[in-house]
Design a protein around this ligand. Structure first.
Ligand SMILES: [Zn+2]
Length: 393
C-alpha cells in the first residue's frame, strides 16, 4: 500500500507520488510571532511534525520550511486594522523587532519541548523583503497587480481558478464580502501585496523601500516568496490550519500561479482544538500555553499524545481528563520501550513475533492511510501487553 493523503485542492484522498524520487519537500505556514503560542497554535506543528516523521519512517528524505511571520499580518485577514506586531509592541512597550524575536524564541523553545524536529529552514519574512518585492513586481508587470493610494493590490478577477481551494466561486465570495468605503480596490476580494504608510499604518515602524514607495509587504506574499526560494517552483506538500484555506492559501495560490507558476502538489490542512467543546478565547481563559500545562503537572508529551488520538482532519477536544489519559498512555509507551530493551532473543517465541508483526502491519497501514494516527496508536497499544507478559531478565 502506498501513502495516501487527503488533498484539499482536489477534495479527495490521493496516492502520494514525490516529484523527486525518495525526497519530499514540505512547507508549513508558521507562527505570527506577537504573543505566547498556545495549545491551539501547537496542533498545526505537531501535525506537520508527524507528517514529516512518517515520511522519514517510510524512507523519504524530508526538506522542510516553517516561516516566521514577523511583519505584515494585520489584525484582520482583509488587509485592515493594525499590524499584529505593532499592536503587541505598543502593549508591551517594546519595538516590533524585540517583540518578534521574543516570541520567535518562545516558538523555538516550544518546538524543542514538544519534540518537534526543527525544520531545515526557519526563514523570517523581514529578511526576505527583496524576494517578496520581486514577485510583486512580476505581478505588476503582468498587470495582475495594481496601484492604489494605500498599496499594491492583487486583482483576483485576473485569476480564473480563484476560489478553487475553498470551493467558493468568486461571486459567492463577493456577496459575503463587506462593502468598503472609499476603497479603490477593483474587486472586494482583491488583497494587499504591499502597503504604504497611510491611515492605520502611518506610523508603521517596520518599513522598506520599494519601486512603488516606502511600506511593508502584505501577509500572503511572504509564503509565496519563501516557499519558492527554499523549495523551488514545484514542491510536494504545503500544510496549514483549515483557517488558512479561504483567504491565506487561496491568495497564495493566486500569487503563485500568476507570477512564476509556482506549483504545490498536495495541500493538507489540520482542524482546530476546542477546550471542553468551546472555541479557544482570551475571555474564557482557555488558550493554555505549554508552560501552563506543565505547571498543572502534565508533560508536553502528554499533550502531544492527546492530539494524536484524533485524526488531523478532525477537531481535538481538549479536556484535562483526556490529558490525564495522555499521561497514562505516555507511561504505557515508555514502559513498553523499556521492556523491549530488556527482552532476550531466548525470551521471544515465534507466536510473539507473529503477533508483533501483525500489529506492526496494522500500525503502518494506518499511517499510510492519510496519517490515521488514532488507529496507529491503537495498534501500538495492542502490542504493549505482549512485551509486558515477558519475564524480565
Ligand atoms: Zn503561509
Amino acid at each position: 500500500m502506498t501513502i495516501q493523503f487527503y488533498n484539499t485542492l482536489t477534495r479527495k484522498k490521493e496516492q502520494f507520488s514525490p516529484i523527486e524520487k525518495g525526497v519530499v519537500k514540505v512547507y508549513s505556514c508558521g507562527p505570527t510571532v506577537y504573543s505566547h503560542p498556545h495549545i491551539g497554535n501547537w496542533r498545526a506543528y505537531i501535525f506537520s511534525d508527524v507528517l514529516k516523521k512518517v515520511m522519514r519512517y517510510f524512507s523519504y528524505e524530508v526538506i522542510d520550511v516553517i516561516n516566521i511571520t514577523d511583519v505584515g499580518h494585520l489584525v484582520s485577514d482583509s488587509d485592515d486594522g493594525e499590524d499584529k506586531m505593532l499592536k503587541a509592541s505598543k502593549k508591551e512597550n517594546l519595538d516590533p523587532y524585540q517583540i518578534a524575536r521574543k516570541y520567535e524564541r518562545e516558538f523555538i523553545k516550544g518546538l524543542e519541548k514538544l519534540h518537534i524536529q526543527k525544520p531545515n529552514y526557519l526563514p523570517r519574512a523581514t529578511e526576505h523583503i527583496k524576494e517578496q518585492i520581486e514577485i510583486i513586481d512580476e505581478l505588476k508587470q503582468k498587470d495582475i497587480a495594481y496601484l492604489t493610494d494605500d498599496g499594491i493590490y492583487f486583482d483576483v478577477s485576473k485569476f480564473n481558478d480563484y476560489g478553487k481551494l475553498s470551493g467558493q466561486k468568486l461571486e459567492e465570495k463577493e456577496s459575503g464580502a463587506r462593502v468598503e468605503l472609499d476603497s479603490q480596490k477593483r474587486n472586494p476580494q482583491d488583497f494587499a501585496l504591499w502597503k504604504f504608510l497611510t491611515g492605520d499604518n502611518k506610523n508603521h515602524i517596520m518599513k522598506w523601500d520599494s519601486p512603488w514607495g516606502v511600506g511593508f509587504p502584505g501577509w500572503h506574499i511572504e509564503c509565496s516568496a519563501m516557499s519558492s526560494k527554499y523549495l523551488g517552483n514545484h514542491f510536494d506538500i504545503h500544510t496549514g490550519g483549515i483557517d488558512h484555506i479561504p483567504v491565506h492559501h487561496e491568495n497564495e495560490i493566486a500569487q503563485n500561479s500568476c507570477s512564476r507558476d509556482i506549483k504545490v502538489n498536495y495541500w493538507i490542512h489540520n482542524d482546530f482544538i476546542t477546550v471542553d467543546g468551546e472555541k479557544l478565547s482570551k475571555s474564557l481563559g482557555n488558550s493554555y500555553t505549554l508552560e501552563e500545562l506543565e505547571e498543572k503537572g502534565y508533560s508536553t508529551l502528554d499533550f502531544r499524545e492527546m492530539c494524536l488520538r484524533s485524526h488531523y482532519k478532525k477537531g481535538v477536544n481538549f479536556t484535562f481528563d483526556s490529558l490525564t489519559q495522555g499521561k497514562s498512555n505516555v507511561k504505557k509507551i515508555n514502559d513498553f520501550y523499556e521492556k523491549l530493551q530488556n527482552l532476550e532473543a531466548s525470551d521471544v517465541e515465534d507466536s510473539l513475533v507473529e503477533a508483533f508483526k501483525k500489529y506492526m502491519d496494522e500500525y503502518e497501514a494506518a499511517l499510510k492511510d492519510d496519517l490515521n494516527t488514532p488507529e496507529a496508536m491503537a495498534a501500538m497499544y495492542k502490542r504493549a501487553p505482549l512485551a509486558n507478559s515477558r519475564p524480565n531478565r
